[in-house]
Design a protein around this ligand. Structure first.
Ligand code: SF4
Length: 343
């Protein structure tokens, strides 16, 4: 069954932090703060529309939920209560900063049926966190994650890829630390540089030089493969397509279908590895004998377009790189992201 979120955006107006990638002014000037009546209206409507209610959560997203004034946080939590329980929604999902988790806060969240907490870890390198003015450390992420687990919540981590001063080693540090914490879910956000941010200044002055878009797709695809192997559920890759991002982005890695690009990259690597394995089995290192043959691959029928790639990118890649023609067919017995060589 498919999980769904009833998303309620809670902008963090007046946030005391100044993360290098965040444009608070744009966020707060474009969105009003929701109140109890808004929560009731949104949830009542969702009760009518969602059939698999036990698979749905009321999600307070958009800011640092546990850092907003306590009275306001309680107003939102209390107003959601009549919509949770038997034949209603499963619970509440929130996102917050790693340094805004305490036992007292977790007690409140537990009391009001919060089931999942997502932490904006962003990076697990202290150097990168400092350079991007995050105001918390990697240790905060480890400690808060442990506390969230201890209290029995589902844990999610959000990471940003390609932040200012983040080297390949820093990216690996983050990946390894996330795997060590082993959250239930992860969201991967390649950096988008927004107008009016510190990152924009650094980018325009030439101080911040992001890696190429294609290299970012390869890096995120590689992370995704590792998270999949670790059985960490990837619930989001790339920012939501929105007018806000479209209007304010001046650089970075925005694409309305970023996840699909990465998934196609994974298929390309898997097809390449399958042919390499076959080549090894048949001919040892005599590469040419195999790569000159056209190939037919089977993938799960739901994944044919990912395997083919946007605008047939993978088909073109194999032709341009090895001179072979690749055909992709569907086969129900092949698992998602597996590939089988048919001929
Ligand atoms: S991203 Fe940083 S600056 Fe922006 S609202 Fe969150 S904590 Fe505040």
């Amino acid at each position: 069954m498919k999980h769904s979120n009833i998303s309620i955006f809670v902008p963090h107006a007046g946030c005391p932090f100044q993360c290098a990638f965040c444009n608070q002014h744009t966020i707060t000037s474009q969105t009003n703060l929701p109140h109890a009546e808004d929560v009731v209206r949104i949830c009542s409507q969702a009760m009518q529309e969602i059939s698999e209610k036990s698979q749905a959560e009321i999600a307070f997203f958009g800011g640092s939920f546990t850092a907003i004034p306590e009275q306001y946080m309680l107003e939102l939590l209390k107003s959601a209560q009549p919509f949770i329980g038997k034949d209603k929604f499963h619970g509440i999902r929130i996102s917050t900063r790693p340094d805004c988790i305490t036992p007292e806060i977790l007690e409140i969240l537990k009391k009001y049926h919060v089931t999942a907490i997502e932490l904006g870890a962003q990076s697990m390198s202290d150097k990168v966190l400092q350079a991007n003015h995050r105001g918390h450390s990697a240790k905060d992420v480890f400690q808060s994650s442990a506390m969230i687990r201890e209290y029995g919540f589902e844990l999610g981590l959000q990471v940003m890829k390609g932040l200012y001063r983040s080297t390949i080693d820093d990216e690996s540090t983050t990946l390894n630390a996330v795997c060590e914490i082993h959250p239930d879910t992860v969201r991967i956000y390649p950096v988008v540089i927004l107008k009016g941010t510190k990152l924009a200044e650094l980018y325009q002055s030439g101080e911040y030089v992001p890696m190429s878009f294609d290299d970012m797709v390869k890096m995120v695809a590689s992370d995704m493969r590792i998270y999949m192997d670790e059985e960490i559920q990837i619930i989001k890759v790339g920012l939501h397509a929105s007018e806000f991002v479209e209007a304010d982005k001046i650089g970075g890695y925005y694409h309305p279908a970023f996840r699909e690009l990465c998934e196609s990259e994974i298929y390309q690597l898997r097809m390449e590895s399958a042919v390499m394995a076959l080549q090894w089995e048949l001919h040892g290192f005599r590469r040419q004998t195999v790569w000159t043959e056209d190939r037919v691959f089977a993938v799960n029928p739901h994944c044919i377009s990912k395997a083919v790639g946007q605008k047939k990118a993978n088909i073109r890649y194999f032709y341009e790189t090895y001179g072979i023609r690749v055909k992709i067919v569907g086969d129900e017995t092949v698992k998602h992201f597996d590939v089988k060589i048919i001929s």
